[in-house]
Design a protein around this ligand. Structure first.
Ligand SMILES: Nc1nc2c(ncn2[C@@H]2O[C@H](COP(=O)(O)OP(=O)(O)OP(=O)(O)O)[C@@H](O)[C@H]2O)c(=O)[nH]1
Ligand SMILES: [Mg+2]
Length: 614
């Protein structure tokens, strides 16, 4: 059934206002104050060449109420933090990168907000298939198996996505279909219903004098053919009734296009923009269908050998698109190489790397912010973070690993568009290279179990499925007391590492540190050392942060067999038994060479010599 919300919905482009013609978020979002003010030099892109040795944890001990740096940061300054922007941009690339910002700027400034209707479909045949599979598999019951989002859950998510994209939702239509209509996805009756709804909304709009609603968002992945057929159907009807004036075109946007658009709006660094652009181009490639045969280059005038039909506009477009994709891929390769280099130099530092992963809007950035007390942008919008940010964190109470590297990453979503996973290869590499994954789950969301499953699916897909995972049940403050206790119990009883927290209030973060520490103790490396007796301090340190299995006070020094963090193991490498032994062997062999010299004979020889001469 169609539904039109009563009264206009609030305008919800949450990206913030614009400042100096640049994207500038002015969201004051919690007790920590205006986050933009603290979006400061504390943030280091993980690509920072000087990253490995830099100590930036100076702020980690300050309280949340402490005044932050008074740096007026806007888009420019944020960009400067990324070393990639120090690289001069190609001319055409520069234009490409600012085009979207201009569009955003214009949309916001003229207050001309795009409005849309949403169409959701449930494929009942798929539900049946899932149920059947559940019946066939022995150890799962039907409820457990059906981990796909229901129509209602999916619609809730779509409303959020529409809001985040800066669209205003004007109406909704849903349908439960036995089989998907291969031509138009929804049934023909529903197409007519959507046309009627569009017409009705636009009639009201005309009275208000507002701009017409000409976007139809589908909660589905449409094939290029379906998209085209739907666009044709909607436009024909609209032009017939002339609601919109003949030059207005109704466009059909599917789920993938909507997510890509949000990514495009949020990409800030050069790397993010390149990756989004690649995904957009891949999406557009099969959708290029404009047959402008009249623009066919007739090259017959060129004479013998050049007659016949030339290239069609479509062919030209396709070629341009193909070339662009190649260029983008090449550039992303370069970015990835650079990332590899920085990662390797970080590895040499020996600190363990934790990657924060999770569904979009789960609170990853907020947790990192809370842990580091510095300004990583946290916003109540989907896909706020697109570029991984790594910070060195010194956490109070950490024993085994007093310092760790924390990487904030891009959020996941169910049915993540494949183009995006492929394009964000370089970014997702950060997840694959981490030692431990910290999976943030927003338990205040009623679909959190399904969200968790879909994040795990993506992790499997990108080859990070077998890493140790710490599950963090976040936003406990939004639950009632009983539910929060239940979640805490589940965390405590869980077989793996799990903990319940609220990153906004800081509740449970002590437990979080303890759980992370347990997870990290699995990362201790075995060592066999022989330390000279002068190394009392080092031995104390091993007692403190490592595990000692055998300790023996020998003639040459203290023998220790045990496990220590990687960083300490690297520091103590000179005292490892292997190194000590090889040093000893070397000096022994020098000794033995010296032993071989027959000093008596040598002396005798000299005497003989002397005797002979005398
Ligand atoms: N009440 C409450 N809100 C929270 C908590 N943690 C995060 N939030 C809010 O949830 C919203 C999303 O938080 P982010 O940290 O931006 O989420 P994210 O996982 O980084 O999201 P993306 O970068 O978009 O993937 C923000 O408005 C936060 O203030 C919490 O523990 N309690
Ligand atoms: Mg984030």
């Amino acid at each position: 059934a169609a539904f039109i919300p009563s009264g206009p919905l609030p305008i919800t482009n949450k990206r913030g206002s614009f400042h100096n013609d640049k994207l500038f978020s002015s969201k004051t979002n919690n007790e920590f104050g205006n986050l933009q003010d603290v979006f400061d030099l504390q943030i280091i892109q993980s690509d920072d060449p000087s990253f490995a040795g830099r100590d930036i944890d100076g702020l980690s001990n300050s309280s949340p109420a402490a005044p932050f740096f008074d740096i007026e940061s806007d888009y420019d300054e944020i960009s400067i933090a990324s070393p990639f922007l120090a690289v001069p941009l190609d001319d055409d690339e520069d234009r490409m990168l600012t085009e979207r910002e201009d569009r955003l700027f214009l949309v916001n400034n003229t207050q001309k907000v795009e409005s849309c209707i949403l169409i959701g479909v449930e494929d009942l045949s798929k539900v049946r298939r899932n149920k059947k599979a559940a019946r066939n598999s022995e150890n799962l019951d039907a409820d457990d198996f059906n981990l796909d989002f229901s129509l209602e859950e999916s619609m809730i998510e779509m409303r959020e996505l529409i809001k985040t994209a800066g669209l205003q939702l004007r109406g909704e239509i849903t349908q439960r279909l036995q089989e998907i209509n291969p031509k138009t996805y929804i049934g023909t009756g529903k197409v007519v219903e959507a046309q009627t709804l569009l017409g009705k909304i636009n009639e009201d709009f005309e009275k208000e004098g507002a701009s017409p609603c000409c976007t139809v968002v589908f909660d589905a992945e449409l094939t290029p053919g379906q998209q085209k057929a739907l666009e044709n159907a909607f436009n024909k009807k609209v032009i017939e009734n002339d609601f919109l004036g003949s030059d207005t075109v109704v466009k059909v946007v599917d789920r993938t296009a909507l997510i890509l658009d949000i990514f495009a709006q949020h990409a800030k660094t050069r790397e993010g923009k390149l990756q989004v652009d690649l995904a957009l181009h891949e999406y557009r490639k099969p959708r290029l269908t404009r047959m402008w045969t009249h623009l066919e280059r007739q090259s017959g005038a060129g004479g013998v050998g050049l007659r016949g039909p030339g290239e069609t506009q479509l062919e030209v477009d396709k070629r341009i698109l193909r070339d662009r994709i190649l260029v983008l891929k090449e550039k992303i390769d370069g970015v990835q190489k650079q990332r590899d280099l920085h990662r390797r130099s970080r590895k040499r530092g020996g600190l363990p790397v934790l990657a924060l992963v999770g569904y979009t809007n789960a609170g990853k950035s907020t947790l990192l912010y809370c842990l580091t007390r510095a300004g990583i942008l946290a916003e109540d919008i989907l896909f706020a973070t697109l570029d991984p940010t790594t910070r060195k964190v010194k956490l109070p109470g950490y024993k085994t690993h007093p310092e760790v590297l924390l990487t904030d990453t891009v959020g996941f979503i169910q049915k993540l568009p494949t183009q995006l996973v492929a394009a964000f290869r370089a970014t997702l590499e950060e997840v694959r290279e981490a030692d431990v994954l910290v999976h943030i789950v927003d338990v205040s969301n009623s679909s959190w179990r399904k969200q968790e499953v879909s994040v795990n699916k993506v992790l499997q897909e990108i080859g990070a499925g077998d890493k140790p995972i710490v599950r963090v049940f976040n936003k406990l403050d939004l639950l009632n007391k009983e539910d929060a206790e239940t979640i805490k119990c589940e965390a405590a009883l869980s077989e793996g590492f799990a903990v319940g927290v609220s990153s906004l209030t800081g509740d449970g973060l002590g437990d979080f540190v303890a759980v992370v520490e347990t997870a990290l103790s699995g990362l201790l490396v075995p060592v066999e050392l022989e330390l000279p007796y002068s190394c009392g301090q080092e031995i104390n340190l091993i007692h403190e942060v490592g595990i000692i299995e055998t300790i023996d006070y020998r003639e040459q020094g203290t023998y220790i067999l045990g496990k220590v963090p990687r960083a300490l193991a690297m520091k103590l490498d000179q005292y490892s038994i292997a190194n000590v032994n090889s040093r000893r062997q070397l000096s022994e062999s020098i000794d033995s060479v010296q032993d071989d010299i027959d000093w008596v004979a040598l002396g005798k020889g000299r005497h003989e010599k002397e005797n002979r001469t005398s």
